[in-house]
Ligand binder design. Structure first.
Ligand SMILES: *Cc1c(COP(=O)(O)O)cnc(C)c1O
Length: 432
């Protein structure tokens, strides 16, 4: 096969698709160079259009927790496809998936299935506003909740001031009720509730922010958020599109529940792993809150392909595998070996490199300490990240092509894959 097939495809793609991609980060703009067009994937590997193999640490940005082409998932999807692609009428697997989610996540009594994380987060916010009759939404800088208009916003200049749209096409009026605060900043959230407490419908956050690489919400921060939301009658929404069924079987909320007695969010948002690679996402809450949704209540929400029969088959088969005893222990230990190995490689090379991980999700920063918020992430060494990214790609290791993104290990990654990755990392760091 031609040696510049990726470049050829990229050129062709750019003629008919804006930027040549259907989701911006795939275009390699942050790191430079030509995106790899993927022809197929198997287990922990992706193969590009030139037939090159990569150890895959993107996993479709999270969903592929079992690796690619898991036999049980493949079989379930093939069987479902034979039965029919879509009916526009209810099916039994939607109930099974809802039951499965509710049984794994104690804060949830009912869920609604949708097709993307964007749709799930957007609907969860509408629900929170409908449930409280209030307009305001609090989010944190560096957290991503999909590309709904009201969420494309960055922080104002002062503390607890309203934000500005970060995308053209979003009128300022559309984000006038969105308050953007610094992640892990207890003082700012206290100030926000002091000033606007009676107006706040919901506080939404990524409990481990994978859209700024890997930044944990500190326990006192989460505890205070919970207290303030309860005191002021606002709903606390955990966006677990990335962390759900990824950092632990019960999501990040199960980890905080171990550290904060009685802790639970009011609304949860899921995606990625629950679809196992198919377009599927969900939001859930108590029966009282979910009962406000159409057709029972006044909050409208709908979807032609919601709860799609092939997608639910894929998601159910995936959840069935990850709830096997020992699954998360094995995945977490492999991920920990990778994260610790990367940190050791940095130390040995004399390069400031810090890492963190939870379950099958990891992050690394070229800096001397783990960032606690977005501005600290921005202060890490981007040039070195970009060099490292390309040095790893050249050595057959596919990391996320931007320093703002988390990495993912799957159950298909073997100890040998991790060893090979760490060897590549040592070689990459030795090159500067
Ligand atoms: C990926 C992601 C979304 C958006 O999901 P899509 O399926 O891409 O629309 C929302 N929130 C978080 C935390 C995510 O990681």
């Amino acid at each position: 096969m031609s040696n510049d097939r990726n470049a050829e495809l990229f050129e062709r793609a750019q003629r008919v698709i804006p930027g040549g991609v259907n989701s911006p980060v795939r275009a390699f703009r942050a790191v430079g160079g030509t995106p790899r067009f993927i022809a197929r994937a198997q287990g922990p590997y992706m193969f590009d259009a030139e037939g090159r193999r990569y150890i895959d640490y993107i996993g479709s940005w999270g969903p592929m927790i079992l690796g690619h082409g898991h036999p049980a998932v493949l079989e379930a999807v093939q069987r479902a496809a034979t039965e029919g692609f879509s009916f526009g009428a209810p099916t039994e697997r939607e109930i099974e998936l809802a039951e499965e989610i509710a049984s794994l996540v104690p804060s949830i009594e009912q869920v609604r299935l949708v097709s993307s994380g964007t749709e799930a987060a957007m609907s969860a916010i509408r629900l929170a506003r409908g449930a409280t009759g209030r307009p305001m939404l609090v989010k944190f800088e560096g957290c991503y909740h999909g590309h709904a208009d009201a969420l494309l916003v960055k922080g104002g200049s002062g503390m607890a001031t309203f934000g500005h749209p970060t995308s053209a096409g979003v009128p300022p009026e559309v984000v006038q009720h969105t308050l953007v605060l610094e992640y892990n900043n207890v003082e700012q959230i206290e100030e926000a509730f002091r000033l606007h407490g009676a107006q706040i419908a919901c506080v939404i956050l990524e409990p481990i922010a994978g859209n700024m690489n890997f930044v944990r919400a500190q326990v006192p921060f989460v505890k205070r958020l919970r207290e303030l939301c309860t005191q002021h009658g606002a709903l606390l929404a955990f966006d677990e599109v990335m962390t759900g069924f990824r950092v632990a079987l019960g999501g990040a909320q199960s980890l905080y529940a171990q550290l904060i007695p009685g802790f639970a969010p009011d609304i949860s948002v899921f995606g990625k792993v629950i679809g196992g690679g198919m377009p599927l996402a969900a939001f859930g809450a108590s029966r009282a809150v979910m009962g406000l949704l159409a057709p029972l209540g006044p909050v409208y929400q709908a979807g032609t392909l919601s709860g799609n029969p092939v997608a639910t088959a894929c998601g159910l088969a995936t959840l069935h595998e990850i709830r096997r005893p020992g699954f998360f222990e094995a995945l977490a230990s492999r991920t920990r070996t990778l994260a610790d190995g990367l940190a050791a490689a940095g130390r040995d090379a004399g390069v400031p490199l810090v890492t963190d991980c939870e379950g099958g999700m990891f992050g690394f920063f070229f800096g001397s300490e783990l960032p606690q918020h977005y501005n600290a992430v921005l202060a890490t060494d981007k040039e070195r990240f970009n060099r490292f990214f390309h040095a790893m790609l050249d050595r057959g290791v596919y990391l996320a092509p931007a320093l703002y993104e988390a990495g993912f290990v799957s159950a298909a990654h073997t100890a040998e894959d991790i060893d090979a990755t760490l060897l590549a990392a040592r070689a990459a760091l030795a090159c500067g």
